[in-house]
Design a protein around this ligand. Structure first.
Ligand SMILES: *[C@@H]1O[C@H](CO)[C@@H](O)[C@H](O)[C@H]1NC(C)=O
Ligand SMILES: *[C@@H]1O[C@H](CO)[C@@H](O)[C@H](O)[C@H]1NC(C)=O
Length: 412
C-alpha cells in the first residue's frame, strides 16, 4: 500500500536511534534540524548520472554544514564500489513502529531516476504518483516534518505532483520536466567514459547551490535560475508555493559554502534520458578502430533496437485489443495523444497491474515510455469498481498475448 514509504523509514530509524542531544550541535538558532534523503533509483552503468548527481548532492549538503548523520543516501552502489543494493528492506508494518521526527524539522528529498506519467522508477520496481503523494500526506498528518522540499529528476516528472500534491501541507516541490516531456542527461561526450555524467536539471540546482549564498537565496530565486540553465525541458513548481520565499539554506544547510565563488559549469552535450543507452552505443561504434569490437557492439545495438521495437509494437497490439474490448474507439489516438492525468488512484492500479502482469518497468525502464497510453485510457473511461476490475483482467490478457508469452528478455 505504501511502497514509497520504504524510503522514509530510513529517515525515521535514524531519528529514533540518534539521541536528540547528539544532534543539538547541528541545531541552529532556528528551532529545526535539517534531514535529507537522496535517492538514485536506478542501477547499471548507463544510469551512472543518477548516482553521480546523488553524490554531488551529498557534497553540496555537507559543504553547507548538514551533518553526515542527517543525510540518508539510497542508491545501488554498483558503480563506484561494485557493491549491490544499499536500500534497506523496511515494511510499512515496521515503519509504523518508528518514533517520529520532530514536527519542526526541515526535510529535503532529492530523487533521480527514470520516470513517465505518474511513475518513477526504483531498482526492480516503480512508485506511483498516488502512492508517493499518499505517503507525503501521511507524513504531514502524522507531523513527521515541519517543512519539506522535494526536488525530482525524471522524465515526465511534473506528472508526479500535477493535479495531486496538496498546496497546504508545507511541501514545496520542483521537477526537472513538465508532465509530457523527457528530462535530459548532459556531459555525455567524454569518449573514455562513454556515459552521461549528470542530469541537466540536477546539475542546474547543484551548481546553483555551489555558487550562490544559499543562506540568502530563496527557493524561488534558485528555481528561476534552474529554469534558465535547463534548456531542454521545462522545470515546474508544485505544492505550497508560499514556501518558495524561504531561503534555500533552510533545506540544504545554513553554512555558507567554501565553494561559494566556484565558477558555474556549462553543461554540454545534452542527450534525451531515454536515448542514452542508444546514443552511447552508437558513439562507441563510431569511435572504435577494432573490427571485432565493432561487430560485438553492433550486435548489442541491434539487440537493443529490436527490444525497443518489440515493446513498441506490443503496446500497439495491447491498445488495439483493449479498443476491441470496448475501452477506446481509436487506437492511434490513444497511442499518440497525452491527456492530463487527473485520476491518479485509478491510474496507479492500472500501472501496477502492468508492472506485475506485463513488464517490470523497474528493470525494463524503456517500457515506461508508453505508460501515457494507460493514462489516456483511465481519463477517457468512467470506471466503476467492477468495470475497472474487468479492465485490469483484460489488460492482463492482452499482456499475456502480446508481451509475456514472447519470452521478452532484451536489454533496454
Ligand atoms: C564486481 O565484482 C565482481 C566479483 O567481485 C566481478 O566479477 C565484477 O567484474 C566486478 N564488476 C565491476 C564492474 O567491477
Ligand atoms: C477515479 O476513478 C474511480 C473509478 O476507478 C472513481 O470511483 C473515482 O471517483 C475517480 N476519481 C476522480 C477524482 O475522478
Amino acid at each position: 500500500m505504501f511502497s514509497f514509504l520504504i524510503i522514509f523509514p530510513i529517515l525515521f530509524t535514524l531519528s529514533s536511534s540518534t539521541p536528540l542531544g547528539e544532534l543539538l550541535g547541528s541545531r541552529s538558532t532556528d528551532d529545526y534540524n535539517i534531514y535529507a534523503v537522496l535517492v538514485a533509483g536506478s542501477n547499471y552503468y548507463n544510469n551512472y548520472r543518477h548516482q553521480a548527481d546523488v553524490c554531488h548532492a551529498y557534497q553540496v549538503l555537507r559543504n553547507h554544514g548538514v551533518p553526515a548523520e542527517n543525510i540518508i543516501v539510497v542508491m545501488y552502489d554498483d558503480i563506484a564500489n561494485n557493491k549491490t543494493i544499499l536500500i534497506l528492506e523496511v515494511t510499512p508494518e515496521n515503519f509504523l513502529g518508528y518514533s517520529l521526527l520532530d514536527p519542526d524539522d526541515h526535510v529535503f528529498i532529492y530523487f533521480a531516476d527514470h520516470g513517465d506519467v505518474g511513475i518513477i522508477g526504483f531498482p526492480t520496481n516503480i512508485i506511483s504518483s498516488h502512492d508517493l503523494n499518499k505517503a507525503l500526506v501521511y507524513m504531514h498528518d502524522h507531523k513527521m516534518y515541519g517543512k519539506l522540499t522535494f526536488y525530482l529528476e525524471a522524465c515526465e516528472s511534473g506528472s508526479m505532483f500535477e493535479n495531486i500534491l496538496p498546496d497546504n501541507i508545507n511541501i514545496y516541490a520542483t521537477t526537472a520536466a513538465n508532465s509530457v516531456e523527457s528530462s535530459w542527461g548532459c556531459y555525455c561526450d567524454d569518449p573514455k567514459i562513454n556515459v552521461c555524467l549528470a542530469d541537466t536539471y540536477s546539475v542546474a540546482w547543484l551548481d546553483n547551490s555551489d555558487s550562490h549564498d544559499i543562506t540568502k537565496e530563496t527557493l524561488e530565486q534558485q528555481f528561476k535560475d534552474v529554469v534558465k540553465h535547463t534548456p531542454k525541458s521545462h522545470p515546474q513548481q508544485f505544492g505550497q508555493k508560499s514556501m518558495a520565499g524561504l531561503e534555500v539554506g533552510q533545506f540544504l544547510g545554513e553554512k555558507a559554502s567554501s565553494r561559494i565563488h566556484a565558477t558555474r559549469s556549462h553543461p554540454r552535450d545534452f542527450v534525451n534520458s531515454r536515448d542514452v543507452p542508444l546514443v552511447m552505443l552508437e558513439r562507441k561504434i563510431e569511435r572504435t578502430d577494432d573490427a571485432a569490437e565493432a561487430a560485438v557492439l553492433a550486435k548489442e545495438l541491434q539487440t537493443l533496437i529490436a527490444g525497443r521495437r518489440f515493446l513498441e509494437s506490443s503496446i500497439k497490439k495491447i491498445v488495439s485489443q483493449l479498443c476491441s474490448n470496448g475501452y477506446c474507439s481509436d487506437a492511434k489516438q490513444v497511442l499518440s495523444t497525452r491527456q492530463p492525468l487527473i485520476n491518479h488512484s485509478t491510474y496507479s492500479k492500472v500501472v501496477k497491474k502492468f508492472q506485475s502482469s506485463c513488464l517490470n518497468l523497474g528493470i525494463y525502464t524503456h517500457g515506461m515510455k508508453f505508460m501515457h497510453v494507460f493514462a489516456n485510457l483511465v481519463e477517457s473511461n468512467t470506471f466503476t469498481e467492477s468495470t475497472l476490475n474487468r479492465f485490469l483482467a483484460d489488460l492482463e490478457k492482452a499482456c499475456n498475448d502480446h508481451i509475456v508469452n514472447h519470452g521478452f528478455e532484451a536489454i533496454i
